[in-house]
Design a binder for this molecule. Structure first.
Ligand code: DX5
Ligand code: ZN
Length: 219
């Protein structure tokens, strides 16, 4: 299966958002990764609905929304209407995760679950067949530009085993500190989608950096 690259718009230049969205459209990237933070679940506030609505007007690829918010059930319908194709909630923010996953799918979106660095992948075993995508956080959520947590490789291998054991078709996404040094090792461990923010947008030539990552993960 082809491995996917999802540039994180959090690292884009918000004063030139349309330019950066066009760069992603023209690049070898597969998805737009959109980080929504509420200042409660994580100690930062990113951007909200009006910005996503503007992004959606220009984005020509899959929109992968990562909700770092408490009580995400309140906004499932809203994000469906805003054009989310994949909607990811945090395991740590959901009391009734199974119900939340069904609600996301009922709105026609693919259902994702993100786990913080301290959350063991085995906690997802009983719902793995209900999850379209697991986002393993390889940094503590809330900020771009942090360094990659090495324990992520082990978590990725463990999760891949759970997916195979259960005959599930769940994709594994890695989010945080991804770069050309760790990308290959992550896909070898079982990752399907790599999110990259700073490594793409802070590089000299973001479009070429996406091509470089895309080639590394599919080599
Ligand atoms: C962190 C976000 C990430 C972030 C990744 O809370 O979920 O998506 O934008 O940024 P980098 O690639 O810079 O670590
Ligand atoms: Zn994210």
């Amino acid at each position: 299966m082809e491995k996917l690259i999802a540039p994180s718009i959090l690292a884009a230049d918000f004063a030139n958002l349309q330019r950066d969205i066009e760069m992603v459209n023209q690049s070898d990237a597969d998805w737009f990764h959109i980080d929504i933070m509420d200042g409660v679940f994580v100690p930062n506030i990113s951007f909200g609905m009006p910005v996503l609505e503007a992004i959606n007007r220009h984005a020509g690829k899959v929109i992968d929304v990562h909700l770092m918010i408490v009580d995400p059930d309140r906004y499932i319908k809203t994000f469906a209407n805003l054009g989310a194709d994949v909607l990811t909630v945090h395991y740590e923010a959901c009391t009734h995760l199974h119900r939340t996953l069904q609600a996301i799918k009922a709105e026609g979106m693919r259902a994702g679950v993100a786990i913080n660095p301290h959350t063991n992948v085995s906690l997802l075993e009983d719902v793995i067949n209900d999850i379209d995508l697991v986002c393993i956080m390889s940094v503590n959520p809330g900020f771009g530009g942090q360094s990659f947590i090495e324990n992520t490789y082990k978590k990725t291998r463990q999760l891949k085993e759970i997916i195979l054991d259960n005959n599930a078709s769940t994709q594994i996404e890695i989010d945080g500190g991804v770069n050309s040094q760790n990308a290959k090792k992550l896909v070898d461990a079982g990752a399907d989608v790599l999110v990259a923010g700073s490594f793409v947008f802070k590089s000299q030539n973001p479009k070429e950096t996406v091509t470089e990552l895309k080639q590394i993960v599919n080599s």
